[in-house]
Structure formats: structure tokens, C-alpha cells
Design a protein around this ligand. Structure first.
Ligand code: MTE
Ligand code: MO
Length: 466
């Protein structure tokens, strides 16, 4: 293979000159791949003409055999041994300041940290303890000193005011809501059985239900004196930054942000205690009924705008597509960003392939259900004979929730009669929400390349012990 100098590689930093990058000693021509990069072309282009290693130390989920071999397929040569040495600067680990985590969490990705509790633990309590609440980070956790914390409020490009923690928490009325937060990729591991897809492999635990105390976003926005008709979106930015200094950011429609009944809050407490670092200390947004991605943690800035957030997470991710859409023909601009979530449920206890004791000819089955947009879960149907007989589950729900504002999940349990001779039982669950939306029967026809909106019937197989 050819040997190149760092200087030579450095000249290949645009599409016209072709885009080369360095990894280890290898030189790679990634020009054709740039537009297909799942993280968006703009991110990968930052590495053009140089080493991608510092980027991979932040977006550490790249360091997989699959991605390494993809990169290898684009190799055009090497840099000299000398150059490779000089290129090896002391990389500091951007993840050296991560908080401690409970060992109960099952780690799906460590840098950035993504973890979920086991499903039987998840449905043990209506309110999920903070330590068991799933964590989904895209970047290192920022270290924030409360004394120096500020929140910037802007209209389009102009900052109107900057408030510190004390001002925010004393100026506006304190309020508490109970709401579930669910990742758009919850249950992705099941969808990935249909076909290959890209994303963190979540089981059913990328959801939790907590009380959130804070101030109402609509109160803060009202203070800016804006008229809802002149703007369309409210954007949120976090203090967590990518290697180019861009923050994690997303947006929600202004109608949602301004509606007092939508209960969007800037939360500083979770289950009655200050937010933990993983969950957004000191302030995060809670947008009940909306996909987890919009619930921006470590909130640094709110922007009222005519436009959606232009971030990768709003424009190039968290969108749904046809099962036939591939990474080669996907056009992210053609799908709207996911906001309110569809109805979903999961069987949590027992888990797939558990051995379950049959008592008096019956087995106990427990799970959760939830729907976006404040829609109430009105029924859970469970079957163990492929739908010939459906059993209606008993529900544990938020009795305080008001009409159209069912932000909490619903827990459920049911006793299923099982045949004396059965050795293996297949169980299916589906939820129905107050709009009579019901889950689709299988993943085949809702498959999408990012593995989002994985709300097909949950189906598990268990072994019975009589
Ligand atoms: N906010 C910031 N600033 N950075 C992030 O990476 N992840 C989002 C959202 N808010 C994220 C964020 C996603 S995709 C989800 S699912 C939820 O936070 C997860 O919240 P949790 O970690 O408190 O469970
Ligand atoms: Mo997420």
C-alpha cells in the first residue's frame, strides 16, 4: 500500500479534493461514504484531512468491529511510522468525569453512557427510583457548578435574558408532575431481528416514570412577551458539547411549549431530590408525552424561533421511515421529527425464556403500557394462544391524572390460565389508548433503518414448570 505524509492527507479535506481521514496508521478515502454517515455528513466532515481518533473518543460507539471493517474497506494506504508517532498526541479522555452509576443498570454503551434496568425490576414500582432509571447520553456528561449555572433565553439569534439557578427557581411558581420518559429506540433489539439497523440495542427498559418538579416553560416564555403566532418552534440546547463545540439540541412545536395544559416544565428535581448528573443536573426539560430525545438535559439555552432546531438530533435522526427505505436512499428532510409517541406496551415479568412456575393452573404476567400526547391507556389485552383468547389485564395507573394529560405509564398484571400439558407458552401483549390506537401486530411492517418507534405487540416465549 502507498505511504502518504500528514501534509498530503491534510490536502484532502473537501469533496472536490476528496475526503481522506487517518485512523491509526491507516489512510482512508471516505468521500463516497460521507453522505451515508448515520450521524450526518457535517459531523464526519469535521475530521476531513486529519485523524478521526479524537472524534471517536467522544463518539466512542464507533469503536466496533463492524465500523472498523467498514472503514477498512475504504483504506487507500498508510502514513509513515514517523508521522504516526507524531500524530499520537496525548489524548485526554473526555469521559473521565462521568458520574458513578448503580451496578443494576445493564450497559448498552459506555461512551456515551447508555444503560437500562432489567425488566422485572422496572415494573416493581410505579415511580422508578432514580438509580434504576435508564440513562441515554449522546456525549460526555458535563460537569456543572450550580454557582455558575445560567440559562440563556433567546428569540431567534438575539439573547433576551440570562437567568441563574436562583432567579429561575424563585421567580416562577414551583410545580410537580408525574411523567414517563421513553427513548424513541426503546425495544429496538426486537425490531433489529427483522433486518439490520443502526442504534443502541435497547431491550424494554429505555423508559422510566418519575415525578418532576420545576417551573412551567409557558410561564418563562410568557415573560418574554412573545406572540405564539409569530413563531413555530422552541429550541433547547444542552451543556453537553460535541468535538466541534456544538451542543446536544432539539426543539418542540411552540403550541406544545406555550400550552399550560401540556405541562412542559424545566425540571430541577426528580422524585423530590435535585436532578442527578446523568439525568440533567441542574435543569432539564420535561416534555410529557413526547419522545425522550426532546427532553433536553443540562439545559443551557432556550430559543424561540420560526425554525426547528437545525441540530443532527432534530434533522438527521429521530425520524421514522418506510420499511423499504435504506441508508442509500434515505432523505431525512422528507420525514417529520418524532414528537408525540405512539401507544406501546411490554411484558416485563416474566422475561423471554424464563422458566415460570404454574400455580393453580395459572401464571402471573406483569408489564407496562404508555401512549404519547397525554392519551390514556384504556386496556391491555394479553393472549397465550396466538390471539384466540384475549385476557384483559388489571391496571395500576395515575389516579390524579387529568383528562388528556395521562403522562405517567400504566402498570398492568394479569393471570393467564395455561394448559396442564404445556411445556412452552408464548405470550403476547398489546395496549389500546384513549384514541383507540392499538399496537401493530408485528415488526415486519414497521421496520425502519434507525430502529425507532418499536411498538409492535410484545411477544415472549417462556417455559412452564407444573
Ligand atoms: N439531553 C442532552 N443534553 N443530551 C443528551 O444526550 N439525550 C436525550 C434526552 N436529553 C440527551 C438529552 C435522549 S435521546 C433521551 S431518550 C433522554 O434524554 C434520556 O433521558 P434520561 O437519560 O434521563 O433517561
Ligand atoms: Mo433517546
Amino acid at each position: 500500500m502507498k505511504t502518504y505524509t500528514l501534509e498530503e492527507v491534510g490536502r484532502h479535506d473537501s469533496k472536490q479534493n476528496r475526503i481522506w481521514v487517518i485512523f491509526g496508521r491507516g489512510v482512508y478515502d471516505i468521500t463516497e461514504f460521507v453522505d451515508k454517515h448515520p450521524g450526518g455528513p457535517s459531523k464526519i466532515v469535521m475530521a476531513a484531512g486529519g485523524s478521526i481518533e479524537p472524534f471517536w473518543s467522544i463518539f466512542a460507539n464507533h469503536n466496533t468491529p463492524e465500523i472498523q471493517s467498514l472503514l477498512e474497506s475504504m483504506r487507500i494506504g498508510n502514513i509513515s511510522e514517523e508521522d504516526a508517532k507524531s500524530n499520537e498526541n496525548d489524548l485526554y479522555d473526555p469521559y473521565e468525569n462521568e458520574p458513578a452509576r448503580h451496578k443494576v443498570l445493564k450497559i448498552n454503551g459506555s461512551k456515551p453512557f447508555c444503560a437500562e434496568p432489567s425488566s422485572p425490576l422496572l415494573v416493581e414500582s410505579f415511580i422508578t427510583p432514580v438509580d434504576f432509571f435508564y440513562v441515554r447520553n449522546h456525549l460526555p456528561v458535563p460537569k456543572i457548578d450550580l454557582k455558575n449555572y445560567t440559562l440563556e433565553l433567546a428569540i431567534e439569534g438575539t439573547t433576551i435574558k440570562t437567568l441563574d439557578f436562583k432567579a429561575l427557581t424563585t421567580k416562577y411558581e414551583k410545580t410537580t408532575i408525574t411523567a414517563a420518559v421513553m427513548c424513541g429506540g426503546n425495544r429496538r433489539s426486537e425490531m433489529s431481528k427483522v433486518k439490520n439497523l443502526k442504534g443502541v440495542s435497547w431491550n424494554v427498559g429505555a423508559v422510566g416514570n418519575a415525578t418532576w418538579t420545576g417551573i412551567r416553560l409557558c410561564d418563562v416564555l410568557k415573560d418574554l412577551g412573545i406572540s405564539e403566532d409569530k413563531f413555530n418552534h422552541v429550541q433547547f440546547e444542552g451543556y453537553d458539547l460535541d468535538p466541534s463545540g456544538m451542543p446536544y439540541a432539539t426543539s418542540i412545536p411552540i403550541s406544545k411549549a406555550m400550552d399550560p395544559r401540556a405541562d412542559v416544565i424545566l425540571a430541577y428535581e426528580m422524585n423530590g431530590k435535585p436532578l442527578s448528573r446523568d439525568h440533567g443536573f441542574p435543569i432539564r426539560v420535561i416534555v410529557p408525552g413526547v419522545v425522550g430525545a426532546r427532553n433536553v438535559k443540562w439545559l443551557s439555552k432556550i430559543v424561540v424561533s420560526k425554525e426547528e432546531s437545525q441540530s443532527q438530533w432534530q434533522q438527521g435522526d429521530y425520524k421514522g421511515f418506510s420499511p423499504s427505505t435504506t441508508w442509500d436512499n434515505v432523505d431525512f428532510s422528507k420525514s417529520p421529527a418524532i414528537q408525540e409517541m405512539p401507544v406501546i406496551s411490554a411484558i416485563c415479568d416474566p422475561q423471554n425464556s424464563d422458566v415460570v412456575k404454574v400455580k393453580n393452573g395459572k401464571i402471573q404476567v406483569k408489564g407496562y403500557a404508555w401512549s404519547g400526547g397525554g392519551r390514556k391507556v384504556i386496556r391491555i389485552d394479553v393472549t397465550n394462544d396466538q390471539g384466540k383468547t384475549w385476557h384483559t389485564a388489571d391496571l395500576i395507573e395515575d389516579l390524579q391524572a387529568k383528562q388528556g394529560r395521562y403522562w405517567s405509564w400504566t402498570l398492568w398484571n394479569v393471570e393467564l390460565p395455561v394448559d396442564k400439558r404445556s411445556k412452552e407458552v408464548e405470550i403476547w401483549a398489546k395496549a389500546v389508548d384513549s384514541s383507540y390506537n392499538v399496537q401493530p401486530e408485528s415488526f415486519n411492517n414497521i421496520y425502519n433503518i434507525r430502529g425507532l418507534l418499536c411498538n409492535a405487540y410484545h411477544k415472549i416465549k417462556i417455559k412452564t414448570q407444573h
